[in-house]
Design a protein around this ligand. Structure first.
Ligand code: MCN
Ligand code: CUN
Length: 828
């Protein structure tokens, strides 16, 4: 295994963020965030040490900083028309009639499509990623505010939008079901009466752990604490909204589809199944993507409508949603109401953990997670600690809200799981009057216990939690902070110190356990070294700002010694890349990165055979050093990879069994997830008069195993921390009792700006994954997963003198102020 030649602990430098953040960042352009450097990275990246070192600049940045990126909305095709969607104004209603005649008569309008038009094409309903169905255009009823009702195609965007007003829909308004807590009551409407035999709003019950054994642990426990923890509905809100350009050629039967997709191959296969167009006739291109954060995993009605529009009109059709459409109709995240209980001893030994969750999935179950995991990876709810027994149960229900339960830098519900356990452990610390750092240190899984069965069905690969925790405590100056807090408390000031120590699980497969609509989660990679020694690597995952064009070139460079600048990374085009399941759940590095390392080793092995023929020796007599094969014991007799590449394409007699060219392909099926983790510390100050929370300091010490590009990692962490501030303090998609979405614009749905975030402080430890070819674990979602609990725990810690033991996100000034007054459930 390759292990980076760097100290075991260190820091990530001064933070030129790659701008995961604040959804804000269109990742690619954004971020020049300043952070505080705790230790330097040794040296700079070069072709001898292409990974783990320094701050190799991003290959994609020159086009982004020059405004030369190419996004879906930049695509303009000859004769292209524009589509706009009419959306339901109410949350629940029967459609009595739809009159499109006036809209059709408007200048520039080419077609108006309704659900009735789609029925004979069998396109009125499409499968969701969770084997439910979702209406492309409503036929019988509308089931959430913002649902798609009709599609207008016109010469330009404005004509299409204007025509929406001329469509006359008669609705028979029905009672909406908005509160998931009442979804299973007897007297509420059955939302999905389109599904045969359905008499209630229940979707699924899912369990993990051992209910009886956990009950036994609770029965004998000295201390039991319980807490309700709500993770509100939030939205990924990437800078670029979702959209597609469909170009169907009626002569060849080929469909070219430009689409904002985090998973181009999976989308192509599903579209082939749904639309009945042969898969080899579909060419799906995901050009540059301005942030995904999970929002671009699913298939939305708009994509299907663009395809239908192109088939109907014979022209290319573009559909791009606006910000409100994005916030009202595309994948929401979270919406988990979690009841937690901990059983422990009086001196703080954790014994039992129970979670009972009610999950609001909205009107169509569109959750994007492996089929076998209807609650995503909530299996991670035991966190980083040893328990005698755990038990988790998640019940999901339908409500009259936009399809939810999907993604937002979530690693499939790890966010909820990690927030849950980190809040619960702090709740126990309050009960025991024990320092929360000490309580965690007392209960961590020890390094010798890995691989560790977490008792909820997951096996953690590696971790040195205590070491990482101590490192973070040292970097932030924990003892000093507690002293400062004591002084401030004595003066009546509200200062909080919050901790979160999370363990993530990222890198789905293996394929036998994890699939989406039957497609197993594995990823392909192809590497071709050209005669002149330059290379191209083709991957199946899709960058939305994560810098794959840079970091995957670094992996190839590490394995074969070709400098990163000589390696092109191709992605986002189904005709030019191998099949694979795409980017989400931080799976690119754990899965596709492994594929890239292995395909490079395969090419290296082929190069060895060719080098042996060139050097007239046996392959086993050769030894590898970065960039060349040489004769053991005679380092001067060797061939560089560039020389070998030329020979592979040249005239020499190649050894038996070796074909010409220097290339290879692999499909990587990961044996397990990788388990990155981190120790996060947050210092807050609260204004007693207004309840306003200020995040004064935030330290994130992450361990993502072998680090490929420290600058990119740091950008990912800065962005995720910004997400965390948003969720902890500002973001919520709320609904009124009629089911009206109250977060349909950035006036209402607040996301953080530079004003709300501190100078991030970062540090790291390196505990390689034992099963990943280069020991790397994912990092893309770590900070989003880990930071909310640290912030909320810090707010609760600050409010301790006022008697507060719990508060839900977002900790807005109004809610914090109200909690200080002792109101149990404060408003937003
Ligand atoms: N990396 C590294 N060393 C490691 C791990 C990762 O240098 N040990 C680098 C990778 O090479 C890659 C980047 O960090 O360039 C992120 O890698 P990884 O953790 O594998 O995550 P993915 O590439 O699969 O990205 C997905 C993840 C998810 S699921 C969300 S949501 C999210 C996130 O990435 N959305 C983002 N970060 C984002 N950042 C931007 N700018 N935009 C988004 O939409
Ligand atoms: Cu869960 S949001 Mo990311 O997995 O695409």
């Amino acid at each position: 295994m390759t292990i980076v030649d760097e100290p075991k602990t260190g820091s990530t430098g001064d933070g030129h963020g790659d701008g995961h953040g604040g959804h804000g960042g269109h990742g690619d352009l954004a971020g020049y965030e300043h952070g505080r450097e705790h230790e330097h990275n040794p040296g700079a990246a070069d072709s001898d040490r292409p990974i783990g070192f320094g701050r190799l600049q991003r290959k994609e940045d020159p086009r982004f900083v020059r405004g030369q990126g190419n996004y879906t909305d930049d695509v303009v095709l000859p004769g292209m028309l524009h589509g706009a969607i009419l959306r339901a104004p109410v949350a629940h209603a029967r459609i009595v009639s739809i009159d499109t005649s006036e809209a059709l008569a408007r200048p520039g309008v080419r077609a108006v499509i309704t659900g009735k038009d789609l029925e004979p094409l069998k396109l009125a309903w499409i499968p969701t990623l969770s084997y439910d169905v979702q209406a492309v255009l409503a036929t019988d009823k509308v089931r959430f505010q913002g649902q798609e009702v009709a599609f207008v195609i016109a010469d330009d965007r404005y004509a299409a939008r204007d025509a929406l007003e001329s469509i006359d829909v008669e609705y028979d308004i029905l009672d909406p079901l908005v509160d998931a807590r009442h979804a299973l009551d007897a007297d509420v409407p059955v939302i999905r009466d389109d599904l045969e035999g359905r008499t209630d709003n229940h979707i699924a019950d899912w369990e993990c752990g051992d209910a009886a054994a956990t009950q036994a642990v609770f029965d004998k426990a000295e201390v039991v604490v319980s807490q309700e923890i709500v993770y509100p509905r939030v939205h990924p809100a990437p800078m670029e909204t979702c959209g597609a350009v469909a170009d169907f050629n009626p002569v060849s039967g080929e469909l070219t589809l430009y689409e904002t997709s985090q998973a181009p191959h999976a989308h192509r296969t599903i579209i082939a199944m749904v639309a009945g167009i042969p898969e080899h006739k579909i060419h799906l291109i995901s050009p540059d993507i301005g942030g995904g954060f999970g929002n671009k995993v699913g298939i939305y009605p708009g994509y299907v409508l663009a395809i239908v529009g192109s088939i109907v009109t014979g022209h290319p059709v573009k559909w791009m949603e606006d910000r409100s459409e994005n916030l009202m109709s595309t994948s929401f995240a979270r919406d988990y109401i979690m009841q937690g209980e901990i059983a422990a001893t009086k001196d703080g030994k954790l014994l039992g953990l129970r979670a009972n969750v009610l999950a609001d999935h909205g009107a169509f179950n569109g959750t994007a997670q492996p089929t076998k995991y209807p609650a995503g990876f909530f299996n991670l709810f035991p966190g980083s600690y040893t328990w005698e027994s755990v038990y988790g149960k998640v019940t999901s229900v339908y409500t009259n809200k936009a399809p939810g339960g999907v993604a937002y830098a979530c690693s499939f519900r790890v966010t909820e799981a990690s927030y849950f356990v980190e809040r619960m452990v702090d709740r126990l610390a309050i009960e025991l009057n024990m320092d929360p750092a000490e309580l965690r240190l007392k209960n961590f899984i020890a390094p010798s216990q890995f691989p560790y069965d977490n008792k909820a069905g997951f096996e953690y690969d590696s971790g040195e939690y205590e070491k990482t925790m101590h490192h973070a405590m040292k970097l932030i100056g924990y003892d000093e902070l507690r002293r400062e807090q004591a002084e401030k408390r004595a003066r009546g000031e509200l200062m909080g110190i919050g901790i979160s120590f999370f363990t993530e699980g990222v890198g789905a497969g293996p394929r036998k356990h994890m699939d989406i609509l039957g497609l197993g989660m594995a990823d392909g990679a192809e590497l071709r070294v050209h005669p002149t020694g330059k290379a191209v690597v083709r991957i199946s995952v899709q960058s939305q700002g994560q810098a794959h064009e840079t970091t995957f070139a670094q992996i190839v460079a590490e394995e074969i010694g070709i400098p990163p600048e000589d390696i092109d990374v191709v992605h986002g085009d189904t005709d030019r890349t191998p099949f694979g399941l795409g980017t989400y759940g931080s799976r690119s590095t754990p899965v596709s990165g492994a594929a890239v390392a292995l395909v490079t080793r395969k090419v290296r092995d082929k190069a060895r055979l060719i080098a042996a023929a060139m050097l007239e020796t046996r392959p086993e007599d050769l030894e590898w050093e970065k960039g060349r094969w040489f004769v053991k014991g005679d380092p001067s007799a060797g061939k560089t990879i560039q020389e070998i590449a030329l020979a592979a394409h040249g005239t020499m007699q190649l050894p038996e069994g070796v074909d010409g060219n220097l290339d290879a392909e692999v499909t990587y099926d990961p044996p397990n997830l990788t388990y990155p983790y981190g120790a996060y510390f947050c210092v807050t100050d609260i204004d007693k008069d207004t309840g306003k929370v200020t995040v004064r300091r935030f330290l994130a010490v992450d361990d993502c195993g072998t680090r490929i590009n420290p600058m990119v990692i740091e950008g990912q962490v800065h962005g995720g921390l910004t997400d965390g501030v948003g969720m902890a303090l500002m973001e919520i998609i709320e609904f009124d009792s009629d089911g009206n979405n109250l977060g349909g614009s950035f006036m209402d749905y607040l996301i953080p700006t530079a004003m709300e975030v501190p100078d991030w402080e970062t540090g790291y430890t390196v505990t390689p994954s034992p099963h990943h070819p280069i020991g790397a674990k994912g990092i893309g979602e770590s900070a989003t997963v880990g930071s909310p609990a640290a912030i909320v725990n810090s707010v609760i810690d600050a409010l301790r003198p006022t008697g507060v033991t719990g508060i839900d996100m977002p900790c807005t000034p109004a809610r914090v102020w109200d909690a200080m007054q002792g109101h149990a459930k404060a408003p937003i």
